[in-house]
Write a protein that binds this ligand. Sequence first.
Ligand code: ZN
Length: 415
Amino acid sequence: MVFEFLKKGEEALIQEIDKTCKNKWKFSWLDQQVSVETVGVVKIGDSIGKINLSGKARCEWCNSLLSYSGKGLSTLKEHVKTETHVKNIKLRQSNYGLGSFAMASSAKKLFPIFAKPQLQKPSSVIEETTGNQDPSPSVSSEVLMPRIPYSDRVSTMEAMIVAYMAENSLPLTMAAGLVDFAKACSRDLQALSGVRLGKSSAAYKIKFGVAKTIKEALVEDLKSTPFSLNIDEATSTNNKKVLSILVSYTKETEVRIHHLASVELLRATSSNIYEAICCAFDRNELPWDNLVSVLSDSCAVMRGHISGVETRIRQEKAPHLLDVDGDSCHHMQIIAQSFCSPFERKLQCLFSDLYTDFKWCSEHKSSLKELCDILKVSFTVPQMYAGTRWLSRYDRALETVRMFDAYQLFYFFFS
Ligand SMILES: [Zn+2]
Protein backbone atom coordinates (compact mmCIF):
# COMPACT_ATOMS: atom_id res chain seq x y z
CA MET A 1 0.00 0.00 0.00
CA VAL A 2 1.23 3.42 -0.88
CA PHE A 3 0.94 5.97 1.87
CA GLU A 4 0.39 9.52 0.99
CA PHE A 5 1.23 12.27 3.41
CA LEU A 6 -1.44 14.90 3.75
CA LYS A 7 -0.58 18.53 4.17
CA LYS A 8 -2.14 21.51 5.82
CA GLY A 9 -4.95 22.75 3.65
CA GLU A 10 -6.29 19.25 3.13
CA GLU A 11 -8.32 19.37 6.35
CA ALA A 12 -11.57 18.62 4.54
CA LEU A 13 -10.16 15.36 3.19
CA ILE A 14 -8.74 14.43 6.57
CA GLN A 15 -12.11 15.07 8.20
CA GLU A 16 -13.65 12.69 5.73
CA ILE A 17 -10.98 10.00 6.38
CA ASP A 18 -11.10 10.41 10.16
CA LYS A 19 -14.86 10.60 10.54
CA THR A 20 -15.09 7.27 12.41
CA CYS A 21 -12.22 8.10 14.81
CA LYS A 22 -12.59 9.09 18.43
CA ASN A 23 -9.77 11.60 18.23
CA LYS A 24 -9.57 13.57 15.04
CA TRP A 25 -6.24 14.65 13.55
CA LYS A 26 -5.04 18.16 14.33
CA PHE A 27 -2.08 19.79 12.54
CA SER A 28 -1.27 21.75 15.70
CA TRP A 29 0.03 18.49 17.21
CA LEU A 30 2.98 18.61 14.83
CA ASP A 31 4.20 21.87 16.35
CA GLN A 32 4.35 20.35 19.82
CA GLN A 33 7.73 19.95 21.51
CA VAL A 34 8.57 16.87 23.51
CA SER A 35 11.46 16.70 25.90
CA VAL A 36 13.21 13.38 25.40
CA GLU A 37 15.82 12.07 27.78
CA THR A 38 19.44 12.01 26.47
CA VAL A 39 18.61 13.84 23.23
CA GLY A 40 16.74 16.92 24.37
CA VAL A 41 13.77 18.66 22.86
CA VAL A 42 12.20 17.17 19.75
CA LYS A 43 9.48 18.62 17.58
CA ILE A 44 6.84 16.05 16.68
CA GLY A 45 6.40 17.39 13.15
CA ASP A 46 10.06 16.66 12.33
CA SER A 47 9.45 12.95 12.00
CA ILE A 48 5.70 12.37 12.01
CA GLY A 49 3.07 13.19 9.41
CA LYS A 50 -0.59 12.44 8.72
CA ILE A 51 -1.25 9.87 6.02
CA ASN A 52 -4.33 8.96 4.05
CA LEU A 53 -5.49 6.21 6.42
CA SER A 54 -8.20 6.50 9.00
CA GLY A 55 -6.78 7.29 12.45
CA LYS A 56 -3.19 6.71 11.36
CA ALA A 57 -0.07 8.85 11.28
CA ARG A 58 3.35 7.74 10.17
CA CYS A 59 6.83 8.20 11.64
CA GLU A 60 9.23 8.59 8.75
CA TRP A 61 12.30 7.93 10.83
CA CYS A 62 11.09 4.64 12.27
CA ASN A 63 8.99 3.58 9.26
CA SER A 64 6.06 2.84 11.57
CA LEU A 65 2.35 3.56 11.65
CA LEU A 66 0.87 5.24 14.71
CA SER A 67 -2.79 4.94 15.69
CA TYR A 68 -3.89 8.15 17.34
CA SER A 69 -7.57 7.38 17.22
CA GLY A 70 -7.65 6.18 20.84
CA LYS A 71 -5.36 8.55 22.71
CA GLY A 72 -4.79 11.37 20.24
CA LEU A 73 -1.71 13.53 20.76
CA SER A 74 -0.42 11.29 23.59
CA THR A 75 0.20 8.48 21.09
CA LEU A 76 2.54 10.71 19.13
CA LYS A 77 4.29 12.01 22.25
CA GLU A 78 4.79 8.47 23.52
CA HIS A 79 6.17 7.32 20.20
CA VAL A 80 8.75 10.08 20.16
CA LYS A 81 10.05 8.75 23.50
CA THR A 82 10.26 5.10 22.40
CA GLU A 83 13.63 3.39 22.26
CA THR A 84 13.54 2.94 18.48
CA HIS A 85 12.70 6.56 17.83
CA VAL A 86 15.39 7.84 20.22
CA LYS A 87 17.91 5.60 18.50
CA ASN A 88 16.93 7.09 15.17
CA ILE A 89 17.26 10.64 16.50
CA LYS A 90 20.78 9.90 17.71
CA LEU A 91 21.67 8.29 14.42
CA ARG A 92 20.59 11.39 12.58
CA GLN A 93 22.47 13.68 14.91
CA SER A 94 25.75 11.83 14.64
CA ASN A 95 25.42 11.06 10.98
CA TYR A 96 26.18 13.21 7.98
CA GLY A 97 22.48 13.32 7.20
CA LEU A 98 20.81 16.63 7.78
CA GLY A 99 18.71 16.52 10.89
CA SER A 100 15.31 18.06 10.92
CA PHE A 101 16.79 21.09 12.62
CA ALA A 102 18.92 21.69 9.54
CA MET A 103 15.77 22.11 7.53
CA ALA A 104 15.07 25.36 9.33
CA SER A 105 15.56 28.28 6.96
CA SER A 106 18.29 29.74 9.15
CA ALA A 107 20.25 26.52 9.06
CA LYS A 108 20.08 26.36 5.30
CA LYS A 109 21.89 29.66 5.18
CA LEU A 110 24.92 27.83 6.46
CA PHE A 111 25.24 25.76 3.35
CA PRO A 112 26.16 28.28 0.69
CA ILE A 113 29.85 28.09 0.09
CA PHE A 114 30.80 31.39 1.71
CA ALA A 115 28.50 31.16 4.67
CA LYS A 116 30.16 31.10 8.03
CA PRO A 117 31.27 27.56 8.72
CA GLN A 118 30.52 27.81 12.44
CA LEU A 119 27.50 26.11 13.80
CA GLN A 120 24.56 28.19 14.89
CA LYS A 121 24.51 29.64 18.32
CA PRO A 122 22.40 27.41 20.53
CA SER A 123 20.41 30.28 22.01
CA SER A 124 19.08 31.51 18.68
CA VAL A 125 18.08 28.01 17.71
CA ILE A 126 16.14 27.53 20.88
CA GLU A 127 14.22 30.72 20.35
CA GLU A 128 13.40 29.81 16.85
CA THR A 129 12.29 26.25 17.24
CA THR A 130 10.81 26.21 20.67
CA GLY A 131 8.83 29.41 20.65
CA ASN A 132 7.58 30.41 24.04
CA GLN A 133 7.82 27.01 25.59
CA ASP A 134 10.52 26.42 28.07
CA PRO A 135 12.52 23.29 27.45
CA SER A 136 15.73 22.86 29.35
CA PRO A 137 18.13 24.98 27.30
CA SER A 138 21.25 23.08 28.22
CA VAL A 139 19.95 19.92 26.61
CA SER A 140 18.31 21.55 23.64
CA SER A 141 21.50 23.31 22.64
CA GLU A 142 23.03 19.91 21.99
CA VAL A 143 20.20 18.78 19.79
CA LEU A 144 19.44 21.79 17.73
CA MET A 145 22.90 22.51 16.38
CA PRO A 146 22.92 21.93 12.64
CA ARG A 147 25.16 19.08 11.59
CA ILE A 148 26.99 19.93 8.40
CA PRO A 149 28.82 17.10 6.65
CA TYR A 150 32.55 17.06 7.36
CA SER A 151 33.43 17.06 3.67
CA ASP A 152 31.27 20.15 3.11
CA ARG A 153 32.95 21.96 5.96
CA VAL A 154 36.39 21.12 4.58
CA SER A 155 35.39 22.35 1.12
CA THR A 156 34.01 25.55 2.60
CA MET A 157 37.27 26.20 4.45
CA GLU A 158 39.30 25.55 1.32
CA ALA A 159 37.07 27.85 -0.70
CA MET A 160 37.47 30.59 1.91
CA ILE A 161 41.25 30.27 1.85
CA VAL A 162 41.60 30.34 -1.93
CA ALA A 163 39.10 33.19 -2.18
CA TYR A 164 41.16 35.18 0.33
CA MET A 165 44.30 34.45 -1.67
CA ALA A 166 42.66 35.46 -4.93
CA GLU A 167 41.24 38.66 -3.49
CA ASN A 168 44.59 39.70 -2.08
CA SER A 169 46.66 38.50 -5.04
CA LEU A 170 48.74 36.22 -2.85
CA PRO A 171 51.15 33.90 -4.67
CA LEU A 172 49.81 30.35 -5.00
CA THR A 173 53.01 28.99 -3.47
CA MET A 174 51.71 30.40 -0.17
CA ALA A 175 48.65 28.11 -0.10
CA ALA A 176 50.18 25.28 1.91
CA GLY A 177 51.91 27.66 4.31
CA LEU A 178 48.71 29.63 4.81
CA VAL A 179 46.85 26.46 5.83
CA ASP A 180 49.57 25.52 8.32
CA PHE A 181 49.47 29.07 9.64
CA ALA A 182 45.69 28.96 10.11
CA LYS A 183 45.98 25.63 11.90
CA ALA A 184 48.64 27.02 14.22
CA CYS A 185 46.50 30.08 14.97
CA SER A 186 43.37 28.07 15.66
CA ARG A 187 45.04 26.03 18.38
CA ASP A 188 44.26 28.81 20.82
CA LEU A 189 40.88 30.13 19.79
CA GLN A 190 40.48 32.19 22.92
CA ALA A 191 43.65 34.14 22.23
CA LEU A 192 42.86 34.36 18.54
CA SER A 193 39.51 35.98 19.24
CA GLY A 194 41.34 38.68 21.18
CA VAL A 195 43.76 39.52 18.36
CA ARG A 196 43.25 42.97 16.84
CA LEU A 197 45.81 43.93 14.21
CA GLY A 198 45.57 47.08 12.14
CA LYS A 199 48.05 48.27 9.56
CA SER A 200 49.95 50.60 11.85
CA SER A 201 49.93 48.31 14.85
CA ALA A 202 51.27 45.47 12.66
CA ALA A 203 54.08 47.73 11.46
CA TYR A 204 54.84 48.77 15.01
CA LYS A 205 54.87 45.19 16.24
CA ILE A 206 57.14 44.04 13.43
CA LYS A 207 59.61 46.84 14.04
CA PHE A 208 59.67 47.03 17.80
CA GLY A 209 58.51 43.54 18.67
CA VAL A 210 59.48 40.73 16.35
CA ALA A 211 62.47 42.41 14.70
CA LYS A 212 63.82 43.60 18.03
CA THR A 213 63.60 40.13 19.54
CA ILE A 214 65.27 38.46 16.57
CA LYS A 215 67.99 41.12 16.50
CA GLU A 216 68.67 40.70 20.20
CA ALA A 217 69.04 36.95 19.84
CA LEU A 218 71.35 37.45 16.86
CA VAL A 219 73.54 39.97 18.69
CA GLU A 220 73.70 37.61 21.65
CA ASP A 221 75.01 34.88 19.33
CA LEU A 222 77.52 37.18 17.64
CA LYS A 223 79.01 38.21 20.95
CA SER A 224 79.98 34.63 21.68
CA THR A 225 80.66 33.09 18.25
CA PRO A 226 83.14 33.88 15.46
CA PHE A 227 81.30 35.20 12.42
CA SER A 228 81.84 36.46 8.87
CA LEU A 229 80.39 39.49 7.17
CA ASN A 230 78.79 39.41 3.76
CA ILE A 231 78.48 42.92 2.37
CA ASP A 232 76.96 44.21 -0.81
CA GLU A 233 75.31 47.39 -1.94
CA ALA A 234 72.30 47.56 -4.18
CA THR A 235 69.77 50.05 -5.47
CA SER A 236 66.37 49.79 -3.83
CA THR A 237 63.03 50.03 -5.64
CA ASN A 238 62.80 53.72 -4.74
CA ASN A 239 66.23 54.37 -6.23
CA LYS A 240 68.22 54.65 -3.04
CA LYS A 241 71.61 53.11 -2.52
CA VAL A 242 71.35 50.59 0.29
CA LEU A 243 74.20 48.72 1.91
CA SER A 244 73.18 45.31 3.22
CA ILE A 245 75.25 43.63 5.89
CA LEU A 246 74.69 39.93 6.44
CA VAL A 247 76.44 37.78 9.01
CA SER A 248 77.11 34.08 8.79
CA TYR A 249 78.15 31.84 11.65
CA THR A 250 77.73 28.30 12.86
CA LYS A 251 75.48 27.35 15.72
CA GLU A 252 74.82 23.79 16.79
CA THR A 253 76.63 22.50 13.65
CA GLU A 254 74.30 24.51 11.46
CA VAL A 255 75.43 27.39 9.28
CA ARG A 256 73.23 30.43 9.82
CA ILE A 257 73.04 33.49 7.64
CA HIS A 258 71.19 36.44 9.11
CA HIS A 259 70.56 40.05 8.26
CA LEU A 260 72.44 42.39 10.58
CA ALA A 261 71.75 45.83 9.14
CA SER A 262 70.75 47.77 6.06
CA VAL A 263 72.11 51.28 5.73
CA GLU A 264 71.15 53.94 3.23
CA LEU A 265 74.16 55.56 1.59
CA LEU A 266 74.28 58.79 -0.33
CA ARG A 267 77.42 57.72 -2.15
CA ALA A 268 78.90 54.24 -2.08
CA THR A 269 82.49 55.25 -1.35
CA SER A 270 84.83 53.07 0.66
CA SER A 271 84.91 55.48 3.61
CA ASN A 272 81.09 55.67 3.73
CA ILE A 273 80.78 51.89 3.69
CA TYR A 274 83.54 51.51 6.28
CA GLU A 275 81.79 53.95 8.59
CA ALA A 276 78.43 52.25 8.14
CA ILE A 277 79.97 48.92 9.16
CA CYS A 278 81.73 50.45 12.20
CA CYS A 279 78.46 52.10 13.18
CA ALA A 280 76.60 48.76 13.01
CA PHE A 281 79.28 47.18 15.19
CA ASP A 282 79.24 49.99 17.75
CA ARG A 283 75.46 50.15 17.97
CA ASN A 284 75.22 46.45 18.73
CA GLU A 285 78.44 46.40 20.79
CA LEU A 286 79.83 43.58 18.67
CA PRO A 287 83.43 42.56 19.43
CA TRP A 288 85.79 42.99 16.46
CA ASP A 289 87.72 39.99 17.79
CA ASN A 290 84.90 37.69 16.68
CA LEU A 291 85.03 38.92 13.08
CA VAL A 292 86.74 36.25 11.00
CA SER A 293 86.38 37.37 7.42
CA VAL A 294 84.63 39.81 5.11
CA LEU A 295 83.08 38.61 1.89
CA SER A 296 82.21 41.13 -0.78
CA ASP A 297 82.39 41.53 -4.53
CA SER A 298 85.80 42.25 -6.02
CA CYS A 299 85.38 45.94 -6.83
CA ALA A 300 88.04 48.46 -5.79
CA VAL A 301 85.76 50.09 -3.21
CA MET A 302 85.52 46.87 -1.26
CA ARG A 303 88.84 45.20 -1.89
CA GLY A 304 91.22 47.99 -2.97
CA HIS A 305 94.75 47.50 -1.56
CA ILE A 306 95.12 51.00 -0.21
CA SER A 307 91.76 52.24 1.00
CA GLY A 308 89.34 49.41 0.23
CA VAL A 309 86.83 48.61 2.96
CA GLU A 310 88.36 45.24 3.77
CA THR A 311 91.88 46.68 3.94
CA ARG A 312 90.75 49.41 6.32
CA ILE A 313 88.97 46.92 8.58
CA ARG A 314 92.13 44.80 8.69
CA GLN A 315 94.37 47.78 9.38
CA GLU A 316 92.23 49.59 11.92
CA LYS A 317 89.91 47.09 13.61
CA ALA A 318 90.68 43.42 13.05
CA PRO A 319 94.29 42.59 12.13
CA HIS A 320 93.57 38.86 12.37
CA LEU A 321 91.08 39.01 9.45
CA LEU A 322 91.34 36.05 7.07
CA ASP A 323 91.84 36.83 3.41
CA VAL A 324 88.96 34.93 1.82
CA ASP A 325 89.28 36.82 -1.44
CA GLY A 326 86.27 38.35 -3.17
CA ASP A 327 83.05 36.91 -4.47
CA SER A 328 83.86 33.75 -6.46
CA CYS A 329 81.11 34.48 -9.00
CA HIS A 330 82.77 37.79 -9.83
CA HIS A 331 86.11 36.01 -10.19
CA MET A 332 84.62 33.49 -12.56
CA GLN A 333 83.10 36.33 -14.54
CA ILE A 334 86.45 38.09 -14.84
CA ILE A 335 88.22 34.85 -15.79
CA ALA A 336 85.58 33.95 -18.36
CA GLN A 337 85.75 37.45 -19.76
CA SER A 338 89.52 37.39 -20.26
CA PHE A 339 89.32 33.84 -21.62
CA CYS A 340 86.79 35.00 -24.21
CA SER A 341 88.68 38.15 -25.21
CA PRO A 342 90.08 36.61 -28.48
CA PHE A 343 86.47 36.23 -29.68
CA GLU A 344 86.10 40.02 -29.65
CA ARG A 345 82.60 39.84 -28.18
CA LYS A 346 81.36 38.07 -31.29
CA LEU A 347 79.25 35.68 -29.21
CA GLN A 348 77.71 38.44 -27.13
CA CYS A 349 76.82 40.30 -30.33
CA LEU A 350 75.24 37.16 -31.76
CA PHE A 351 73.15 36.67 -28.63
CA SER A 352 71.94 40.22 -28.50
CA ASP A 353 71.17 40.22 -32.25
CA LEU A 354 69.12 37.06 -31.91
CA TYR A 355 67.35 38.57 -28.93
CA THR A 356 66.48 41.78 -30.79
CA ASP A 357 65.36 39.95 -33.94
CA PHE A 358 62.75 37.88 -32.13
CA LYS A 359 61.83 40.07 -29.21
CA TRP A 360 59.72 42.57 -31.12
CA CYS A 361 58.36 40.63 -34.09
CA SER A 362 55.70 38.04 -33.44
CA GLU A 363 55.79 36.91 -37.08
CA HIS A 364 59.47 36.04 -36.81
CA LYS A 365 58.76 34.26 -33.59
CA SER A 366 56.02 32.10 -35.06
CA SER A 367 58.12 31.27 -38.17
CA LEU A 368 61.01 30.21 -35.98
CA LYS A 369 58.66 28.12 -33.88
CA GLU A 370 57.37 26.41 -37.01
CA LEU A 371 60.91 25.60 -38.13
CA CYS A 372 61.69 24.20 -34.68
CA ASP A 373 58.57 22.01 -34.87
CA ILE A 374 59.63 20.65 -38.25
CA LEU A 375 63.16 19.96 -36.97
CA LYS A 376 61.78 18.53 -33.73
CA VAL A 377 63.78 20.98 -31.62
CA SER A 378 62.18 22.46 -28.55
CA PHE A 379 61.49 26.13 -29.11
CA THR A 380 62.25 28.99 -26.73
CA VAL A 381 62.25 32.71 -27.43
CA PRO A 382 65.91 33.94 -27.42
CA GLN A 383 66.64 35.74 -24.16
CA MET A 384 69.10 38.51 -23.31
CA TYR A 385 72.11 37.70 -21.13
CA ALA A 386 72.90 39.56 -17.92
CA GLY A 387 75.84 41.91 -18.47
CA THR A 388 77.97 40.96 -15.49
CA ARG A 389 77.33 37.26 -15.10
CA TRP A 390 79.17 34.76 -17.27
CA LEU A 391 76.75 31.98 -16.29
CA SER A 392 73.86 33.64 -18.09
CA ARG A 393 75.99 33.84 -21.25
CA TYR A 394 76.70 30.15 -20.93
CA ASP A 395 72.94 29.47 -20.74
CA ARG A 396 72.38 31.59 -23.85
CA ALA A 397 75.15 29.67 -25.65
CA LEU A 398 73.57 26.29 -24.88
CA GLU A 399 70.20 27.59 -26.02
CA THR A 400 71.66 28.91 -29.28
CA VAL A 401 73.47 25.65 -30.02
CA ARG A 402 70.24 23.71 -29.48
CA MET A 403 68.31 25.88 -31.94
CA PHE A 404 71.19 26.48 -34.35
CA ASP A 405 69.71 24.47 -37.25
CA ALA A 406 66.48 26.38 -36.99
CA TYR A 407 68.35 29.70 -36.98
CA GLN A 408 70.32 28.64 -40.08
CA LEU A 409 67.14 27.76 -41.94
CA PHE A 410 65.47 30.96 -40.80
CA TYR A 411 68.30 33.29 -41.81
CA PHE A 412 69.01 31.40 -45.05
CA PHE A 413 66.17 33.28 -46.73
CA PHE A 414 67.62 36.64 -45.75
CA SER A 415 71.08 35.95 -47.14
ZN1 ZN B 1 9.67 7.22 15.20
